[in-house]
Design a protein around this ligand. Structure first.
Ligand code: NAI
Length: 333
């Protein structure tokens, strides 16, 4: 299939080329993000491949359709950035990568938890600077504490396995109970009970109109981790919680307004987002720039499934990994 791949980074291009055996698909790698200004680059391409920070709003979709595009292949699990209602109405197929490596995201979640607790990022800088003092580095045992997992799909389940291994009590909230989690001893509770009783809260549900700014009052001193989607938490409310001490630690791999920041080197620019820069000032906040998925295994899986999705659509006109407005109405599975 002739595909315009927007927003490509060198590390992705390498993996796409390695997986595109016998040049099955004609891949055009484009550096710009997909947005109303760049959309005309897709003219004449039946397939467009996009990432989480590309603009797939109604005007962009309409322009894609006018240019002859039939398929939007998302190289992500999340699809909250696509106007699915508009895509359905225009007859544009949207496919995604529902599963690649849930281990990548779950393990990064644990990396944030451990770094925030034991402050390894601060210790690293200190030791390199010849400062071997321990003041300010004291952590706590996760063993015996309660972890609350919001969303126990593929990633939440892997996290539940890891945290059970730490000796934590794991509780969960999800409209659909996952039998694999129940078998691990995970107890399902309502979201407000989870938030009230968990020492660590970790978010692993998709962003939908129902889950927007999902997080409410939590236990004093809670560790909140979000490796799912930024808008699950209200960043301004989180800043208030950090200032009052109600939130003891915050680990983010995603941010509500990350589209203007993440995946680019902005180190010589003045960041204009005051909420984000305020978050960076707290000693008990650790932010990574949407890298939870970023392992070799996950990237191989994302690219292999994206190419297979295109192949299936080209040969059958359908795809098992299609996503429509109806699948958002029934979140998750
Ligand atoms: P999944 O579809 O396997 O599981 C999602 C679970 O969330 C389902 O069990 C569903 O029933 C549940 N759910 C839906 N709405 C909910 C709500 N309001 N409250 C509680 N649970 C709810 O998805 P998977 O693969 O586990 O991924 C989870 C999320 O992780 C994705 O939606 C995506 O936003 C995020 N993600 C982040 C990545 C990163 O690099 N930071 C990479 C991949 C995914």
């Amino acid at each position: 299939m002739k595909v315009a791949i927007f927003n490509t980074k060198p590390y992705e291009r390498e993996v796409f080329e390695a997986n595109n055996t016998e040049g099955r698909h004609a891949l055009t790698f484009l550096e710009p993000h997909l947005n109303p200004t760049t959309v005309s680059l897709a003219d004449g391409y039946p397939a467009v491949c996009a990432f989480v920070n590309d603009d797939l709003s109604e005007p962009v979709l309409r322009r894609l359709k006018a240019g002859g595009t039939q398929l939007i292949a998302l190289r992500s699990a999340g699809f909250n950035h696509v106007d699915l209602g508009a895509a359905d109405a225009l007859g544009l197929a949207v496919v995604r990568v529902p599963a690649y490596s849930p281990y990548a995201v779950a393990e990064h979640t644990v990396a944030l938890m451990l770094s925030l607790n034991r402050k390894t990022h601060r210790a690293y800088a200190r030791v390199r600077d010849g400062n071997f003092a321990l003041n300010g580095l004291m952590g706590f045992d996760f063993h015996g504490l309660t972890a609350g997992i919001v969303g126990t799909g593929k990633i939440g389940e892997v996290l539940a396995r890891i945290l059970t291994g730490f000796g934590m009590t794991v509780i969960a909230s999800d409209p659909y109970e996952n039998p694999a989690c129940t078998a691990l001893g995970v107890r399902y509770v309502a979201l407000d009970e989870l938030l009230r009783t968990s020492d660590v809260v970790s978010l692993h549900c998709p962003l939908t109109p129902d889950s927007h700014h999902l997080i409410d009052t939590m236990k004093h001193g809670v560790m909140l981790i979000n490796t799912s989607r930024g808008a699950l938490v209200d960043s301004r409310a989180v800043i208030k919680g950090l200032k009052s001490g109600r939130i003891g630690h915050l680990g983010l791999d995603v941010y509500e307004e990350e589209g203007d920041l993440f995946f680019e080197d902005l180190s010589d620019r003045v960041i204009q987002d005051d909420v984000f820069t305020r978050l960076l000032t707290f000693p008990n906040v650790l932010i990574t720039a949407h890298q939870a998925f970023f392992t070799r295994d996950a990237l191989d899986g994302i690219v292999a499934t994206t190419l297979a999705n295109m192949e299936e659509f080209e040969t059958t006109g359908r795809c098992r990994n299609a996503v429509t407005a109806a699948s958002v109405a029934r979140p998750g599975r």
